[in-house]
Structure formats: structure tokens, C-alpha cells
Design a protein around this ligand. Structure first.
Ligand code: ANZ
Length: 851
């Protein structure tokens, strides 16, 4: 054993970091470009960052956890693709440009350089040869290609419609970017504005986006699956056609309750629908005026306000009538803001007895309420015979009265149909089926589905994004830019006014906007740019052949690597980004470019890093700077702390964790690696038996723990193992014991998932040449896994009837089950009844019987 100099035996993370970074730069251990590499593949992907300043604590958590998974699979003998890039188009770059007069491009690429430097220091095991930036023309030309493919298929279209408009950012927002009626970015109230915009037809894929969630059950967080489901929001029911007096065409409404058709007493249309305007136009001058006022009021409301159940209902009677197709009744038509223009057909049949919103409205405006479902009647079994007991119960008020007009409570529950002609006596679900049959045979309705999901608005009136590759003729004719002419490059920002003003800054780039078709026809380029969610909807495919300038991605590489085996990122992207990526994957599947329909086979959402209970922010004054933490505690200690803090899904409060404690533990482990006196070639056999058992238990349990994302438990086990090694060295057989070398080698490999610098240095101190990253997860020796057994005695009424060998740590329930299954016990008890079982694990079970 060589004698270490004193300073060499001090855990100095700065020295260790400085030693290994250049080695890794040189050896590129995580490159994935070897065509001879035949190992099985894994694609582990971290959500790529937006380059807004330097990396922060949130990034540090995400990349630490993603790296545990990537490094783990490498140790398991997989060839792991773990790429990184930058989602580098977007508003903040323009914000900086406007505020500080810097070029958005410069600002963006400077930030990328800084983040890249920090990621290198953080030792995330990325394949640095596959880096991409979505703001590079080499990348965004393929956004344009995708757009053209979608345009060709009718999946990209342009239409004038009411859109969400942020008056502050002066930009349109997708529904997904409106949170509680406010702009996701600046928190200002969002208003509606009529504009001509580009859309992707995601609604065509609503059913598949919903149904394919089944593929992800169990490997995506159930919360995210539920959020996706709710966002798509499929409702099933019927479309019902109503004749309108004085109007040629019928009006269709969507209802989830066609069973209640006989209870419809009025109709409501969304004030901001074309239908409302048309119906009002055909009414008296007074109605027209009142409607106009009301429409203006409505347009000031956010969607959330309009749907607020507690708000007093408002509306205008249009003095027009609809005819109920099932009974010919005349239903007055109202315009009211609780009906939304862009859901279903923007009109409803109002059934106040059974729908709370309709009831509130009916009570406010004194409209009739007719009960058609007896919600007191039992629905199982045959149609009930009314018994004297039931009548009495109703009389004494034990059952709620069927009088919603008086109580103000709509009867929404199940029951038996009444006042409904052919539906009378049926239960709700049977009546729904029967009503649809009746409507279908009369040709006045049909089964239907409606979705909350809207088409994806992808155009933005902003500079720093992918130009939409469409040319417009004066007369409105559109020409897609030929694929061979891509990319349509973004012109320089110099001289352009980036200040938001409702039209794209690119419109003013005259030299760029004005061009001609090959035949000389003058055309203007579409001045809008794409939503950055387009960029991130397919980037995981670009990583597979990032330098290919002949196609967006290589389908052969996609066949080998994709879909992504494990995706890691924040739950903030649980709806938008994931939905869009799922959608585009299905489009690419339909176009024949990929053979799978879901992009991310498994998803892990890490929590947030908080400080003193709340999200970190400069204004709150609780910002913890990542670079300070790295300077103070070292990269490995910060990474280990992230993994050790708790389940990855939970938030980490940086005030509650101890990076200093992590550093101390790492130093302990590292020191042991320098104390081992046996040579590397020592056979893994013999030595301290207890230590060996603990080492092999770790080897056996580790993989299951990592794969279940119980990283904190793995770290805890490593700490226990280090303690046990210390004990063996100090008060057991000593540092030369082969079990010590075995154990500390296993610790080094285990630590390589969390603390790559320390682990690498330990590996080298243990006498190895290559990197620890590929040392491999050793197999546990099964003979070391059997625990010593103890004998449990099983008694029936105090007499020993059986003995079983059990683990000393057996749980009471398990021991009781073994006792109850014992043939001898079963025989003894016969058909006597067990009245009590007393379990004292692991030694005794006593079963007391009666009779
Ligand atoms: C009659 C009825 C009777 C309804 C009843 C419900 C209960 P979900 O489940 O969210 O899909 N509706 C339809 N279009 C609407 C719109 N554009 N704005 C507001 N409400 C609309 O809701 C479907 C129900 O919401 C439909 O079923 C309709 O009211 C209403 F006892 O029709 B129902």
C-alpha cells in the first residue's frame, strides 16, 4: 500500500472536478456514434431547456435525476442515448431585445453558451455531438417542412376567428397558454379578438389522443394522464336538430342528456355565435339593440367568468322560437353568456329541471321548469311498483320533493323517466339510448361526441420564431414555399421594430416580405412565425440524426432508438408540450415516417426546488444561485442532495436539505477508496461475511429501486454500506479484507449515478484505468442473499401444531398467513371457528378457536 500524502487524502472537490472534466472532454465517454456498438439501446431524454440566463436550481434537479437514469442504464450494459439541445426560439429573447436593445439572436446564443458551460461543469452525461438549437436554420427548416406536410394533408389551415389575445404581450395565445383567464407569461387578463390565424387540426386526432393514453397507463404519472384526458374532454351524447320558426336551416345542439328532451323548456345560444347574431338580426329593433349591448358586455368577460356557476345569470330574449322535435313544443330562444360559442354547436336545449345552469337561468327569468326524471325512483330491477311506504316517505319529506323550481336544486341524479311519452319508466341510461334511437329514426338527431379540445393555434405575430413558409398573392391565393427552397430564413432583426403591436414585426422587413413566384407574380411572405411548441413537438426525433441536411430525421435511426424510453421533465409541461408531441408523432405515423404512435414510453415528472416553502424568485428574495451552491459544496454534493431529498416527484425545499452533509458523506466514501490495501485483482470471495451480505443485498435491490425512481433510498443504502465498510476497517478485519474492496467498489459504481466526479476518482484510487461510468452493475451472489432463517412455532389453542422456517424480518401478516395455510393447522381446526389470532413475529403464532 502506497502512503498517501496528506493533502491527497483530503477530499477536495475542486481538485477532483478540475482533474476529470478535461479527461471526459478528451474521451467523450457518452458519445453514441460507434456503428459497431451492438449493445441494446435506451433513449433517455431530459426536456430541453429554454436559454433564459444561466442554469438554475430547477435545471440542476431535473438534470441530476435524468442523469441518474441514463448512468444507471449504462451500468446495466445498455448503449444509452442521452442528448441535449436548446429550445431557443421564444419571447424572452425579444423581451430582452426590446428592453436592452440587444439582438435576440445574440442574446440567445450567449445564454446557450453559458448554459452549456454550466452543464459541462455539472457533468451531465450528455452526448455533446448531438446538440441542437431550434433557432438554427438547420433545425427550423424542418419545422417548415413539417408545416408543409401538414398543409398538404389539410392539417394546417387558416381561418378568421375569435382568438385569445394578450393586450400586454400583444400576441395571440393558445387556449393552453391562458391560465384562469390570464396570460400564462405576464398574468394580464386575456381578451378575445378576431384575427386570421394558422391552426393545426389537432381535433382530428382527439379520439386517438384520448384512447392511446391507455398505452401509457402505469408508465406515465396518473395525474398527467388525467390532465390529458380532461384537456381533451370528450363528452358523449347526442346532436339534436331543432326547427327554428322563420329560418330555413335547422339548429343543432349538443346534449349529454337526450333523455331529458321532453323537459326542454327553452333554448339558449351563445351571444358571440354567428347564430345569435343572425337570430337577433331577424328580430325587432329593440331586441337587436338589447342584443348588441349584451354582446359587448359578453366580449369583456373571460371564459372562466362566463362559466362561473356562482355568478348571477344574464341573458336577452331574442323573441324567436325553436320547435322541440319530440313533442312539437315552441321553445323561446335566449342569448346568454353561460353558453360558449366554441363548444358543441354554441347552442343548448335548456332543461332547467335537470341542469343547474339552466335552472338558475329559468329562475332568474321566470321560465317554466318541467321534471322529466323521477330521481326518487329506484333504478335497479324492474319498473317499481309504488308502495305505501314510498308514498309515506314522500309525504313526510324523507324523500326530496321533485320541485327544483322551488328548491333551486336541479335533479341531476339517476331515476325513472316521467312526462316523457315513449321514454316513461326507463332509467336514465336506457332513456338516453332510446331517445337517440327515436331521434335517429325520425332523422332529427344522432349519437354524437364533443370535445373540449380546440384546434392548435400556431401562428404568432412575433419576430423570434420559425417563419411560416407560405406566400400570399394579392388576391389571397396561397402558395406553399417549395420544400427545396427551405429554409425560409429569418431576416436579421436590425432595423425592425420588435415592439409588440398586433402585427408581425416581419411585415416591415420589406426586402424579405416582398418576393415573387417563379413566373414573376408578386407575392408577400406570411409574416407570422410559429408557436415554439411546434419546435419542441418533434425535437426528440432530430436528436437521432441532428446533422442530416436531407431530412428532418432518419427513419432508420428512429426505428433503432425511438420512442423515447424515459422522458424526464417538469409537470408544467403535463398538458401543452406532451399533447403536441403526441399529436405530431401520430401525424408522422400516419405519414409513414415512424412506426410508433406515442413518443414517450415512460415519463417522470420531477418536483420543484423551493426555498423556505415557496418557489424561488428574485422579487421574493429567496433565490438560491446554482453557481453559488456548486462553488460552496461541489457539483457532486449538489447532485447527490437532489437525489437524496425524497421521491423525485416531490418538491425539494432547499432550506430543509443539507448539501454540506452530502459532501461529508462523499468525503467518507472517497477516503475509504484510498485506504483499501488489497490489489484490484483480488478475488471477490471471502472476507467479512456480514459486510458481504450487505454489499450483495445492495446489488440485488439497487436496480429495482432505481427503476422505481427511489433514488433517495438508493443513496440511503449507499450511506449504510459506507458506514458498514468503515466499521469493518476500524473495528473488524481491517482495510485489507477482500470484502472491503468488494464493498467500496460497489459503492463507487453506485455513486457513479449520483456523484460522477467522486466516483471516478474513487475508481482511479482503487487502481482502475477506465471510467467508472461503464464499470457495470455487478450481479449479486444469490448464496449471499439468503438470510438466516428462524423457526416460528404455530399453536392452536395453546398447543404446538406446526413449525415453519421464516425470515427474521417477516411481517406479522405474512406469518399469520403462513400459519393459516399450514396443513396441520387446518386439520386441527376442522370446522371450528377462529376467534382470535395472536402473532408475535417471527417466533410464535397462536390461533384461538371456538366450539
Ligand atoms: C341538455 C341537458 C340536460 C344538458 C341536462 C345537461 C344536463 P359537458 O358534459 O361539459 O360536455 N352545453 C352544450 N353545449 C354547450 C355550450 N356551447 N356552452 C355551454 N354549455 C353547453 O356538457 C354538455 C352539456 O352542456 C350539454 O348537455 C348541454 O346541456 C351543455 F339535464 O343538454 B345539456
Amino acid at each position: 500500500m502506497t502512503h498517501h500524502e496528506n493533502d491527497e487524502n483530503v477530499y477536495d472537490f475542486d481538485r477532483i472536478q478540475e482533474k476529470w472534466l478535461p479527461v471526459w472532454d478528451e474521451t467523450r465517454p457518452f458519445a453514441t456514434d460507434d456503428p459497431e456498438d451492438k449493445r441494446p439501446r435506451k433513449y433517455i431524454l431530459d426536456m430541453f431547456p429554454y436559454p433564459s440566463g444561466d442554469l438554475h436550481m430547477g435545471h440542476a434537479e431535473a438534470y441530476a435525476l435524468g442523469d441518474v437514469i441514463a448512468r444507471y442504464w449504462r451500468q446495466r450494459g445498455f448503449r444509452v442515448l442521452h442528448p441535449i439541445g436548446w429550445d431557443s426560439f421564444g419571447l424572452p429573447a425579444e423581451g430582452a431585445a426590446i428592453k436592452r436593445g440587444v439582438d435576440p439572436r445574440e442574446w440567445t446564443y450567449e445564454n446557450i453558451a453559458q448554459q452549456r458551460q454550466s452543464m459541462r461543469r455539472y457533468a451531465a452525461s450528455f452526448d455533446w455531438d448531438r446538440v441542437l438549437h431550434t433557432s438554427d436554420p438547420e433545425y427550423y427548416r424542418w419545422n417548415q417542412w413539417l408545416f408543409l406536410k401538414m398543409y398538404e394533408k389539410g392539417l394546417a389551415y387558416r381561418k378568421a376567428s375569435w382568438v385569445n389575445w394578450c393586450p400586454f404581450d400583444q400576441t395571440v395565445l393558445a387556449n393552453e397558454q391562458v391560465v384562469d383567464g390570464r396570460c400564462e407569461r405576464c398574468d394580464n387578463l386575456v381578451v378575445k379578438k378576431q384575427l386570421t390565424q394558422w391552426y393545426f387540426k389537432i381535433t382530428d386526432y382527439a379520439d386517438r389522443l384520448l384512447d392511446d393514453l391507455k398505452q401509457l397507463e402505469g408508465s406515465w404519472p396518473s395525474k398527467v394522464l388525467a390532465m390529458q384526458r380532461n384537456w381533451i374532454g370528450r363528452s358523449t351524447g347526442a346532436d339534436v336538430d331543432f326547427v327554428i320558426e322563420g329560418r330555413e336551416a335547422r339548429v343543432t345542439v349538443f346534449t349529454t342528456r337526450p333523455d331529458t328532451l321532453f323537459g326542454a323548456t327553452f333554448m339558449v345560444v351563445a351571444p358571440d355565435s354567428d347564430l345569435a347574431a343572425e337570430l337577433a338580426a331577424g328580430s325587432s329593433a329593440e331586441v337587436r339593440m338589447r342584443f348588441q349591448d349584451y354582446l359587448e358586455q359578453t366580449q369583456k368577460q373571460t371564459e372562466i367568468e362566463r362559466q362561473d356557476a356562482g355568478r348571477e345569470k344574464t341573458g336577452v330574449f331574442l323573441e324567436r322560437y325553436a320547435i322541440n322535435p319530440v313533442n312539437g313544443e315552441r321553445l323561446p330562444i335566449w342569448a346568454a353568456d353561460y353558453v360558449l360559442a366554441d363548444y358543441g354547436h354554441g347552442a343548448v336545449m335548456a332543461v332547467p329541471a335537470h341542469d343547474q345552469r339552466d335552472l338558475d337561468f329559468a329562475r332568474r327569468f321566470d321560465l317554466p321548469v318541467r321534471v322529466v326524471v323521477d330521481t326518487n325512483a329506484p333504478v335497479t330491477g324492474a319498473i317499481p311498483v309504488i308502495t305505501p311506504e314510498m308514498l309515506e316517505a314522500a309525504d313526510t319529506g324523507a324523500l326530496p320533493a321533485l320541485n327544483p323550481a322551488a328548491t333551486g336544486e336541479a335533479l341531476t341524479g339517476d331515476g325513472r323517466l316521467m312526462n316523457s311519452g315513449p321514454l316513461d319508466g326507463l332509467s336514465k341510461s336506457n332513456a338516453i339510448k332510446r331517445a337517440i334511437e327515436l331521434l335517429e329514426s325520425a332523422g332529427t338527431g344522432r349519437a354524437a361526441k364533443t370535445y373540449r379540445l380546440r384546434d392548435w393555434l400556431i401562428s404568432r405575430q412575433r419576430y423570434w420564431g420559425t417563419p411560416i413558409p407560405i406566400l400570399h398573392e394579392e388576391d389571397g391565393t396561397m402558395h406553399p414555399v417549395p420544400v427545396e427552397s427551405l429554409p425560409v430564413e429569418l431576416p436579421a432583426s436590425e432595423g425592425l421594430d420588435l415592439q409588440p403591436k398586433g402585427t408581425s414585426p416581419l411585415g416591415a422587413a420589406t426586402d424579405w416580405v416582398e418576393t415573387t413566384l417563379p413566373d414573376g407574380t408578386p407575392v408577400r411572405r406570411d409574416p407570422d412565425t410559429m408557436d415554439t411548441f411546434v419546435d419542441s413537438s418533434w425535437y426528440f426525433l432530430r436528436f437521432l440524426s441532428p446533422k442530416d441536411d436531407t431530412q428532418a430525421f432518419d427513419p432508420k435511426e428512429a426505428e433503432k432508438w425511438a420512442p423515447v424510453d424515459q422522458y424526464v421533465g417538469g409537470v408544467t409541461h403535463a398538458i401543452l408540450h406532451l399533447l403536441y408531441a403526441r399529436f405530431i408523432t401520430k401525424v408522422l405515423f400516419d405519414l409513414g415516417y415512424v412506426s410508433f404512435t406515442e413518443p414517450f414510453s415512460a415519463l417522470l415528472n420531477q418536483g420543484m426546488v423551493l426555498m423556505n416553502g415557496s418557489a424561488m424568485s428574485k422579487s421574493r428574495g429567496n433565490l438560491v444561485k446554482l453557481s453559488d451552491q456548486l462553488d460552496e459544496h461541489g457539483v457532486d454534493a449538489v447532485r447527490l442532495t437532489m437525489a437524496f431529498a425524497g421521491p423525485p416527484e416531490d418538491d425539494i425545499d432547499w432550506a430543509d436539505v443539507s448539501p454540506a452533509g452530502s459532501a461529508k458523506f462523499l468525503a467518507r466514501a472517497w477516503r475509504i477508496a484510498g485506504e483499501v490495501t488489497s490489489p484490484p485483482e483480488v478475488e471477490w470471495k471471502g472476507g467479512d461475511a456480514a459486510l458481504r451480505r450487505q454489499t450483495h443485498r445492495f446489488l440485488a435491490e439497487g436496480p429495482g429501486l432505481v427503476e422505481a425512481f427511489k433514488f433517495n433510498v438508493v443513496v440511503a443504502r449507499l450511506m449504510e454500506l459506507v458506514n458498514a465498510i468503515r466499521k469493518t476497517i476500524d473495528s473488524g478485519p481491517g482495510a485489507g479484507d477482500p470484502a472491503v474492496r468488494e464493498a467500496i467498489e460497489v459503492v463507487a459504481v453506485g455513486l457513479s449515478l449520483f456523484a460522477p466526479f467522486t466516483a471516478e476518482d474513487m475508481w482511479s484510487r482503487l487502481g482502475y484505468e477506465g471510467t467508472v461510468a461503464f464499470a457495470g452493475w455487478r450481479k449479486a451472489d444469490p448464496t449471499l442473499l439468503v438470510e438466516e432463517a428462524v423457526t416460528a412455532v404455530i399453536q392452536v389453542d395453546g398447543k404446538v401444531r406446526d413449525r415453519v422456517e421464516v425470515s427474521p424480518t417477516i411481517a406479522s401478516e405474512a406469518l399469520e398467513q403462513l400459519a393459516r395455510q399450514s396443513a396441520a393447522v387446518i386439520r386441527t381446526i376442522g370446522d371450528r371457528e377462529i376467534v382470535n389470532v395472536v402473532v408475535r413475529a417471527p417466533r410464535v403464532v397462536n390461533i384461538a378457536t371456538k366450539g
